[in-house]
Structure formats: C-alpha cells, structure tokens
Design a protein around this ligand. Structure first.
Ligand code: G6P
Length: 597
C-alpha cells in the first residue's frame, strides 16, 4: 500500500534508495520515483516497477534522497501521479503513504491562491501546503502544513534550501527510521532496511522527525521533544533475500519447517503450553482480521471452541468496524495480522478497546502499530516479502493451536494428559511440513495438469473449511483463475451449479470425524463430471477409489492436518501460477500491506 524510503549519509543515495525500494515493492508496484538532493531537488518517476525507474533514471550524485513505490488509490498509475510530488517551484519534494481525506478542500484553496497542480493525487497537496507555509525551516513548515490535514500519512519531505535534511512524519501509516554506520534510513517497513542496520526507531502517530548528518530529533506535531528508544531487530537480514529461489513465495513456503520450529520454541514443553502471557478468563472471544489472516481466524474458532470451550465469533475487520458490534465489557478481542498495520484491523481493535474489551494481537512484524497498542503474541515468521501470505499463515495457525491449548488448560476443560498428547503431536508438525515439501515435485506435476483451468473449486469441512477458503484465495491471488472455497456440506445449496465436465475440484479429505461426509461430497461432484484432486492421509487406502488424483500428507492429528494441507495448497497455487507465467511475487492490483481503508 505504497512504500516510502529515504537515505541521508556518506554514500551515494541513488543505489541505496533503489535497494530500499526493491525491498518495499511488495507494498505497491504500479509506479516508482526518487528525489535526490543535488544542487537542486532532482526528481525522476515513472509508471512501472523500480527496475523500470532504474533503467531510465540518469546517475544523479548526492548523498540525500527520498523514494516511493506506489499502489494507486487517488489517480491512475502514471508518471504524473507517481511520487515524489513537488511544490510549484520544484524545490520541495514529498513522498507519502496514506490518504489525505480533505485534499479536495485543501486543493481548492491552494488553487485559489495560485498553486498549480500536475497530478490527480491527494498527496500533491502536501508539497504545496509546505510551500504555502514555508518560513525557511522545513520542519516547522511540515508541522504547520500537517495541522490542516485530515487523514493518514507516513511522509518524507526534502527541500533544496536545506539539502542535508529529511523531515518525516507519521499518522496511522507505518514509518521506521534506521541508524546505520554510514547514515540514516527511512522506510515503511523494517525489512527494507535490515540489510543496512538492525538499529531502528519506530515513529509513533503524530510525530515529526528531522534527520540531519549529526543525528535524528523527534517531536510531537505540536513541537514537544520526544525521547525515542532505539530498538534492535532480531531478524536475520538474509531472511529478506531470495537466497537462490526463483520467487520469494517459493522460498517462504520452503522456510515453513524452520518457522514452525521457531514459533513453538520455548512455548511448548512436557508440561504443556506457555505463551508467556496471562490470558484473561473470558466468556466470549471475537477474532478480527482481513484476507489470509481472516482465514486463520476461522480456523482459530474451531480449535479454541474445541479445546477451551469458549464461544468464538470471527469477523472481517472492515465489516466489524461499521456494524456497531455488540461487545461486552471484558470480552476478549483478538486481532490477527501479519503486518500489524492493516488499517481496518487496527480500527477494529480500537473500536473494541472503546467498548472496554480485553485486546490481544497475533502479529508477525515487530514494532508494527498493533504491537504498540495491544499485548501481542508474535508468530515469528520473519520477513514475508511475497504478497501472497504463506509462512505467516501457517505460523498464525500454529499460534492459534497453542492459544487454544493454553486456554483449555487454564479453564481446566483440557486434561493434562490430553494437552501433553497434543503437544507431542505439535512437536511433529515441523517435520511433517518438511515431508509435504519433499513431495513438491509430485504437487508440481499435478499443478501442471490444471494450469489451463478456467475455474477451480476447493472444498473442506470443519477446520478444513478455512483451509479450502485459503487454498482458493492463494490460487486466485497469484494465478488469476477464478476460485471458490466452500464448506463441502453446502454443495447442494449453490456450488454444485458451477460443476461441469472436467472442472477441477480440490477436496480436503484427511481423516477426521467428517471424513465419510467428505467422501459423499466428492461423489456428488464426480457424478457431475468434476475432476477431483483429493488431499488425503498417507495411510488412506480408500481415497483412490473416489478421486482422480491424490496428494498425500503425513498421518497427523486432525487439528494439525489442516496446517499440512495448507502447505499442499500453497504449492499447488504456486506451481499453477508458475506454469501460467504469472508475476508470482507481485500479483496484479494487490499489495501486501493494506494501510488505507
Ligand atoms: C493484504 C495481503 C494479504 C493479507 C491481508 C491482511 O490483502 O495481500 O496477504 O492477508 O492484507 O494483512 P495482515 O497484514 O493484516 O495480515
């Protein structure tokens, strides 16, 4: 959802900015731009990718600059609408992530006072406003400009008058500053600057920072100085690189055995589960999330209700916040979010706080907004760069399993013996994921057969229903094949009408209490001509009689098998997109982190 970067230091800024932008491309990639401080502000921008920009930009010397990679909201992708945007004189340049809600009103006033606009964006009001308020000091001009702005922003501004300075500000959009040996870095996300430094400052809402050669100073929007903590990011910089894989998505799929081991590390023992925090004793839980994280939430409902016997509602964050939700003071609201920055999820958790609910985040990115608003359980998946979530999803499932066991033990509805037996199974999860990955060549062969499909259906029951939804989402996100996931029991209520000769149906038919029912559903689609790919346990000797192709997963507990099936479906989607020649890491129109409504 747009990425902003900046650099001020002793090296040439241009290569550093390109490097930072490449690492943020997953936030948006319809256009890109940079501004370098030379004798004046030299700006280059284009529709297209960071590589496109690199190929057209001349080599501009200068050790200070800002950059942007765009995911269009206001105004189509074009070089005019690409950032940086400048004031009338071209001496002030701004990159911005967020939305200026009152830009039409501000733009009207600025036009009346003689400002000339060149783009259709909301952002362009910012450099003109700064120009309007300019008093020789960039920081106070940004501060004054922001006092009339409504909306969200993470921004970086430079001015030709002050060539060794970058002013940054944040409200409701992420912004992190890096402190490296040879300079200072600005980025929307820590993973972009890891290569240069692990020492960072997370900007908070309504803060303005000034970066100069001799250091960084931060104040509130009202000018009150703020003491910020320098935090050390534990992520390995290598984990944000492709490391020889063709795509980040494939690399991230193959990281899952290690990630799951890390997610469980220090949290499971012979005595059960300890997530390192005391969970409130609540009567009801509401889970809120978007996209893939929402599917993890649906899985969470099944496991928490089963292990802890607490009723759980699962809500899409963008719906939840506008439905005047009925929450009781003391209910527990859990926000699941990889990025910790999804605007709707953050707004929903704030809404629940205002109703007196207990809050808990399940989050991947350290230092992200949600971590500063709520107690959190980290999924520990490391930086996820592929837009299609993979390792963050399975690590969310793993955390939800841990949470369910801890709540179950805490409420004494899960016996010590049952908890220990389950923990034993959890310990096998990482090895079992590895065994699924060892079968990637077979999944690839199967995917090749369906790469030309016009549509694809995914069905599962119980805890496999969210996995079917996620399988369909993965396929549509990266291969653009219309795909639908549904609970197999709902077939007769609609999805059957989509079945025709040869249409692929992926059926999750692992052994659990509804296995026989799923076999019945497979018969129903087979009878109408579907080609069925069954995901089944390795010991299942029946399944071949029912389906056309079988992909096996290791025999595992019925609450763990969905995690293994997820990995199969990730690979299935990946290889189909691969055979269709799709841009797997940068799917059309999508961004990894949706920081605007
Ligand atoms: C975007 C991403 C998805 C992600 C969703 C929620 O749509 O493309 O992969 O699941 O946002 O993001 P979050 O960071 O809150 O999990």
């Amino acid at each position: 959802m747009c990425g902003i970067v900046g650099y001020l230091g002793t090296s040439e800024a241009m290569p550093v900015l390109f490097n930072l932008l490449k690492r943020l491309e997953y936030r948006g990639y319809d256009s890109a731009g940079i501004a370098i401080m030379n004798e004046s502000v030299e700006t280059f921008k284009t529709r297209g990718s960071v590589d496109d920009l690199r190929s057209i930009a001349p080599d501009i010397k200068g050790c200070t600059g800002i950059g942007h990679t765009r995911w269009a909201t206001h105004g189509k992708p074009s070089s005019e609408n690409a950032h940086p945007h400048c004031d009338c004189t071209g001496s002030i340049a701004v990159v911005h992530n967020g939305i200026i809600e009152n830009y039409i009103e501000i733009k009207g006033k600025l036009i009346d006072s003689g400002h000339e606009f060149r783009s259709e964006t909301d952002t362009e009001v910012l450099p003109h406003l700064i120009e309007e308020y300019y008093d020789g000091d960039l920081e106070s001009s940004v501060q004054n400009a922001l006092s009339v702005v409504r909306g969200s922003y993470a921004l970086a501004a430079v001015s030709a008058d002050d060539p060794d300075k970058i002013v940054v500000a944040r409200k409701d959009s992420p912004l992190v500053l890096g402190l490296g040996d040879g300079g200072f870095f600005v980025a929307s996300d820590v993973s972009a600057i890891l290569k240069y430094t692990k020492n960072v400052i997370f900007m908070d809402d309504e803060e303005i920072g000034t970066i100069k050669k001799d250091g960084i100073s931060i104040t509130t929007l009202k000018g009150v100085p703020v003491e910020k903590k320098i935090e050390m990011i534990e992520w390995d910089p290598e984990s944000a690189e492709k490391s020889g894989y063709e795509h980040f998505m494939l690399k991230e799929i193959f990281e899952q055995p290690d990630i799951i081991r890390e997610t469980f590390s220090g949290r499971i023992s012979a005595d059960g589960v300890d997530l390192g925090l005391t969970l409130p004793d609540v009567k009801r839980i509401t889970i809120i999330a978007c996209g893939t994280s929402y599917h993890a939430g649906l899985f969470g409902r099944y496991v928490i209700e089963r292990f802890a016997r607490i009723p759980v509602d699962v809500e899409i964050a963008s719906e939840f916040r506008y439905t005047d939700p009925i929450l009781d003071c003391g209910d527990l609201v859990i926000a699941i979010t990889q990025s910790g920055e999804t605007a709707d999820t953050l707004a929903a958790i704030r809404e629940s706080e205002s109703k007196g609910c207990e809050k808990l985040g399940i989050v991947n990115v350290p230092g992200s907004s949600i971590t500063r608003e709520s107690q959190c359980i980290f999924t520990r998946a490391g930086p996820e760069v592929g837009v299609a979530a993979t390792k963050s999803f399975t690590s969310q499932l793993a955390v939800l399993l841990l949470l369910a066991v801890q709540l179950g033990r805490q409420r004494k509805v899960l016996s010590t013996a049952d908890a220990n037996e389950f923990v034993y199974e959890l310990k096998q999860m990482s090895g079992n994921i590895q065994r699924v990955l060892n079968d990637a060549p077979q999944i690839k062969e199967c995917a090749e057969l369906f790469a030309g499909a016009d549509q694809c259906m995914f069905m599962g029951r119980g805890a496999n229903y969210p996995i079917a939804l996620e399988g369909a989402l993965k396929l549509k996100e990266i291969s653009y094949i219309p795909a639908e996931g549904f609970p197999a029991g709902e077939l007769k209520h609609g999805p059957l009408s989509l079945i025709y000769d040869g249409v692929p149906v992926v059926a999750i038919a692992t052994e659990d209490t509804v296995y026989d029912k799923v076999l019945g559903n497979i018969k129903e689609v087979k009878a109408r001509g579907a080609t069925v790919i069954g995901i089944a346990n390795e010991s299942d000797t029946e399944i071949e009689k029912y389906v056309d192709y079988v992909i096996r997963i290791p025999d595992a507990n019925q609450w763990i098998a969905p995690v293994l099936s997820s990995v199969v479906l990730q690979l299935f989607a990946y290889y189909i997109a691969y055979y269709r020649g799709c841009e797997i890491d940068k799917p059309r129109n999508l961004a990894k982190s949706v920081t605007v409504e």
